[in-house]
Design a protein around this ligand. Sequence first.
Ligand code: GLN
Length: 486
Amino acid sequence: MTALHWSTARQLRDAVGAGEISCQEIVRHHLNRIEALNPALNAFLTVTPEGALKEARRWDAARAQGEPLPPLAGVPVVLKDNLCTRGVRTTCGSRILETYAPPYDATAVERLRAAGAIILGKANMDEFAMGSSTENSAFGPSKNPWDTSRVPGGSSGGSAAAVAAGLAPLALGSDTGGSVKQPAALCGLVGMRPTYGRVSRHGLVAFASSLDQVGPFSRTVEDNLLLLSTISGHDPRDSTSAERPALDGLMPDDGVAGLRVGLPKEHFGEGVDPEAAEAVRLCARLLEAAGARVEEVSLPHDDLAVATYYVLADAEASSNLARYDGIRYGLCASRDDLAEQYEATRGEGFGAEVKRRVLLGTFVLSSGYYEAYYGRALSARALCRQDFEHAFERVDLLLGPTSPTPAFSLGAKVDDPLAMYLSDVFTIPSCLGGFPGLSFPCGFSSSGLPLGAQLVGPKWTEGTVYRAALHLERVLGLTDRHPEAA
Ligand code: GLN
């Protein structure tokens, strides 16, 4: 029998429904595991045992009364610490919000609670989601459960480390330029960045509003869809949320025959770890063997994407982060002079990477440079989006490596921001166009580290993305492999 902590959300939910296990047993087991393993992993910034057990008792009582249970009753979930939770501190990995407890729940969190999911706590992250390793967290980096001398990826690294170590079957992260897909790849998980507008951003602390999306982590494709379908759907409180119903939670299981899959040639070139590229090529062959048609495609403006992203994301961040001035909430370095107070508060509250981005973002928006940088970046963004639209005239999905390398060593890139930025070279391009992208485990390196492959589809085709990923998950058969240390 599978250990309880390696059970999927689907298995837990079914066991609760069948009366084979109580919600309290599930929650206690996971809380014990967090207590044992979190000190070494630093995946959680806040654990909420009282709240979790209270919810568990509530659903156990409902079941005892014979009431119908909601679809995720008793299933533990972890939230990235930029999702607002009522009365529970939401730090964004930053000193400036170290003690901030929001007065409301994010829409995604509200929907999870309504579905019966049990929130175990808040996960570590790069400060304000800026980073690719969690090393920009003000509260120390998270460690990769597959090798604790390595990073779990970022910025949703705590969420990924928690699910990979069996501290929870599900987690939410956020993805601006790769922060769900990249840590999923580095930790051997399924991670989905939905179509922009699929999930409400209400209560997701803003980094770059035209790019931010909430996305699910899980150990299986089916669990991922289960979580995404729960949190998706229109929300009048987010004007960029699409007027669409929630994503259908029923797993499309009709194979891949006839599916047209494109391999972007720019994603198999220089700088890609040969083992990572080969693992993805194997996936392409497996799809072909099952009746899919695979061809090479090109994204001619791919080399513009990273620079474009850093101009636009930093510009939006400089504006979004202006609200942290120590007046209404968060850290306040009190001074007699207001301007000095702002400076001291932001100087003490923000870490080095956030300051770099605010400075860069303010610069590219300043008069005299606005057109040269921000304006040009908007044009380049359109070119990158059109590359995908052209590719999608020929193929249904794109397949490539998620990350150029497996998990790198802690400290390896902290002094070299450009090297860190390039961790997202394959995840950023599709984010600029708002396309859905999923990373799934596609193999292991010779040193035993997980490798991830990325599937990207046209907007609103998450169903097709999941269908292809489910097929590959079945034929690859990797879901029973777990980190030894965990
Ligand atoms: N690593 C990228 C950055 O630092 C993406 C982060 C994200 O998606 N939140 O901006």
